[in-house]
Structures are given as C-alpha cells and as structure tokens.
Design a protein around this ligand. Structure first.
Ligand code: CTP
Length: 449
C-alpha cells in the first residue's frame, strides 16, 4: 500500500484545495491530510484564518478523499508524521517547490501544480472589504506601524493627519515609498476618508482624537495611555459600543502569542497561587526626544507605564486596593524612572519604567509553588522559564515571535473589525480601563491634570 501525506490550512475550502487532495489521493492508496491549528498558523506568520479548525477539518472530511486526518501544530512535525505513519510520498502544491526537499531523506517528495486564480487569501479579500486606515500622528511609531501593516492582508494605510509641519516633513521623507495623503488641518475631512484610525499622536491628544473618530463611527486603535482618567476611558469604550466600532488600546505585548502562552502557563496552577508580579520596561530615549523634552506630558511613566502595568492587571486582575509611586525626576520635573507599587488583597506587584535609566527588562511572576521568569525583553516574549524550589527543575519555553510585535496587534484589530475570531480577551475594555485608573492616580498626584 502506498501512503501519501499532505498538509494545509484549508481555510474557506475551495476548488484549489479539492483538486490538490484529489491528485494527492491518486498518487497512492491511502491519503493522510494534516490540518494546521490556529496557533501554528499564527506562529508561522499566517494571520486572519477565518474558519475554526473544526470547520476546516470537517470540510476536508466532506471531500471523502482523506483516509485519515491529523492536526499539525508544531514545526518539525512533518518528519515525525512521515516516520510514524510509514509515509511513502509527501506532496504539496507548487507554491512550495523546493521548501520541503529536505524530506527526501525520509520519503518521495512531489509538488503538484497549483490550481490557478484561486486561494484562501483571495477569498478572504473578497469576503471583506479592504479596511482603510489613517494614521493620527506621524512620529517614529507611526512609521513602524506602516512597515508592519504590510503583514495584515486586507488593511491598507491611506492617509495621515498631523498639524505639526516639521513632523510631517520628516515623515514624508522617511515614508516616501508609501502612497499616503497627508492632512494637516481638517481632522473631520481626514476621518471622512477612512474606516479606522491608529492614534499615535502625543499622549494628551489621544482622548480627543479617539472620541471624534468614534463619534464619526470609525474604528480606533489608540496608543497608550488611552486617556488620563478612568471616566474618559469608560466613556470611550461606551461610545465605541454604541457606534458598533472597535476600540483597542495599543499595548502590543498583550496581543503577542508568546505572551499569551506565558499567561496560560501562569494561570495553569503550575506555580500555585500568584502572590507577586514584577514587570520592568526601560528604554533610554534619545536626549532630544519628545518624552525627554516635554516638561508636562513627557517622562517614563506616561511613555512606558502601560507596558509594565499590562501584565500585572492581566495576571492579578482589575481590583487592586491601592497604588503608590516613587520617581527619580530630571531637571524638567518629569520622571526619568518610576516604580509603581500595587497592593491587592492577597498579592502585590511592582512595575518599573525608565527612559533615562536602564534596568533589566524582565517579568517575574511569583507563586506559592514556583515562579515564571521571562527574560529581557519580556514584552517581545520569545523565551520564559518556569522554575521551582529545586533549582534543577526548569521548564523552558521558546515561543516564536515575528517582526517587532506590532503585526499581531494590527491583525487583532483587523479581526475585531471583521467580527471574526474570538472575543477581545487579550486586553479587555475592563483591563484597559483599570490601567487608565492607575494613569489617573499618577497624573493627579503629579498635578499634570
Ligand atoms: N492549493 C492549490 N491550488 C490553489 C490553492 C491551494 O493546489 N489554488 C494547495 C496548496 O498548494 C497546498 C494546499 O492546497 O498544498 C493547502 O493550501 P492552503 O495554504 O491551505 O491554501 P491557500 O489557498 O494557498 O491559502 P492561503 O491563500 O491562505 O495561503
């Protein structure tokens, strides 16, 4: 008996898939089909898969061509499967020519001609209209957004808004390769041309820009801090719900698969009850940067606070009892370095942020049975350990992380706009509001507002 194996996502099952399976089956007597999990697809940079795995498996099953269906969930699995099932022929479409030649050590490798003019990507494109995004603010982060947005299929950045002439000129120069219209005066007119905005302007403008965009029915992805007071933040989420618009706070680590895995491990009971979370985020900002020169809204806390507070709120929850701050200030009176102590009923946490002082950017979650440590930079979660009293006992995790992390956030935003996929559990409105609550305590204590 000749055994054949093939793999795929088989999203929005189409004729190209059917024809591939038909020819794969004809290569032998027994066909095994591997269907990828969402997690595996995300890890290999394939975002926006629409059909859940059970539906994709069902569709393959309904062809009647597969003798066995398996799930593909990790790199290197193909070699295992070929040996485990005694496979004679590995086959895939011609878009993969050469990629799997290394499997020739284990079995015959055959690339079958792809059916022209059809793919899941094309179907996804025609099932949803392209989301036109406008950038509010034209600083460094807006430039990074542009580069990473290329990895979201069905989203295109078409315009930018910034009344600041100097910033616009720099942006024009650095982003000449992109076709983007720039609006310097009329925010309403800018909003009119887009479906969604990414707000990456100065902190104090976030709330007003977000409110106006939501009022115009536009989806909003807003850099942190979303607002300066809990009330404002609550109001924005309510407004978004009433307008049927998506509102997401751009704390990118929250949307990364590696960080999700860390949360799962922390919450699995492995390390017992969680008693302490320590998160540090520091980055030495350029001397002339806005965060180091703005005497009112500059400083480490407003710049980076959201990053370090996010894991604390995710792990210990929204209901903290008290918060206190301690800072080292610079000559402008803004903070170069801030420690935030948060007390919960049965646990505590510390967040540390620095923009002119550098520290170890790690995340440590302490429990009654052990602890989780994510090495620096934990926010680009690429490795973490679970450690115990017995120091020889270490479980090491190395989740995959692609790009600079923004693409995960952008794809999450796009999925929410399309209304596909799961609920917004990665950073809920309640969690984002709780983070704003801590921002409020800080800005009030320091007389910023
Ligand atoms: N395939 C094919 N002809 C097509 C589309 C896909 O022969 N027009 C094959 C692929 O080469 C692969 C299998 O079908 O062997 C599963 O492909 P998959 O990646 O799931 O489908 P695509 O339509 O290529 O998906 P995407 O657009 O998301 O890459």
């Amino acid at each position: 008996m000749t055994k054949v194996i093939t793999y795929g996502t088989f999203d929005l099952f189409h004729e190209g898939h059917y024809k591939l399976l038909e020819r794969a089956k004809a290569l032998g007597d027994y066909l095994i089909v591997g269907v990828t999990t969402e997690h595996f697809d995300e890890m290999r940079g394939k975002f926006n898969v629409i059909d859940p795995i059970m539906k994709r498996i069902e569709n393959v099953k309904n062809t009647g061509l597969a003798d066995m269906i398996i799930v593909e969930d990790h790199e290197g699995q193909k070699i295992e499967d070929i040996q485990k099932y005694g496979v004679d022929i590995f086959t895939l479409g011609s878009d993969w020519v050469g990629t799997f030649d290394y499997l020739k050590t284990f079995c015959k490798v055959v690339y079958l001609e792809r059916t022209p003019n059809i793919s899941s990507t094309l179907l996804r494109g025609s099932s949803f209209k392209v989301t036109k995004v406008g950038l509010v603010g034209t600083g460094r982060i807006a430039e990074r957004f542009l580069a990473e947005a290329r990895y979201a299929s069905g989203l295109v950045v078409i315009s930018a808004y910034n009344p600041d002439e100097r910033s616009v000129e720099l942006f024009r120069k650095d982003c000449a390769e992109y076709e983007i219209t720039i609006e310097k005066e009329n925010y309403e007119a800018f909003l009119h041309g887009v479906d969604a905005v990414y707000i990456a302007s100065t902190h104090e403008t976030h709330y007003d820009y977000a409110k106006a965009a939501l009022n115009a029915g536009k989806h909003v992805l807003c850099e942190k801090p979303l607002a300066f007071t809990r009330k404002e933040s609550e109001e924005l989420y309510k407004l978004a719900a009433s307008k049927n618009a998506v509102l997401m706070e751009a704390i990118k680590a929250a949307y990364c698969p590696g960080f999700q895995q860390l949360l799962n491990v922390v919450q699995s009971g492995k390390i017992g009850e969680i008693k302490d979370v320590e998160a540090c985020f520091s980055r030495i900002a350029r001397v002339h940067s806005r965060e180091r020169t703005d005497a009112r809204y500059g400083g480490a806390f407003l710049e980076y606070g959201g990053n370090a507070l996010m894991p604390i709120i995710k792990i210990l929850g929204k209901d903290y009892i008290s918060v206190s701050f301690d800072s080292i200030d610079n000559e402008l009176g803004t903070d170069d370095y801030t420690k935030i102590q948060i007390r919960y009923k049965d646990a505590m946490a510390t967040a540390k942020v620095g923009m002119a002082i550098k520290s170890e950017g790690q995340l440590v979650v302490a429990g009654t049975k052990g602890y989780v440590i994510a090495q620096s930079p934990w926010w680009l979660t690429q490795k973490f350990d679970v450690r115990y009293e017995d120091e020889k006992l270490i479980e090491h995790y190395e989740p995959k992380f692609i790009g600079d992390g923004l693409r995960y956030e952008i794809n999450e935003f796009l999925s929410k706009i399309r209304g596909v996929g799961e609920q917004s559990y990665k950073l809920t409105a309640g969690e984002s509001i709780a983070i704003t609550g801590i921002v409020e305590e800080f800005v009030k204590k320091r007389g910023i507002i």
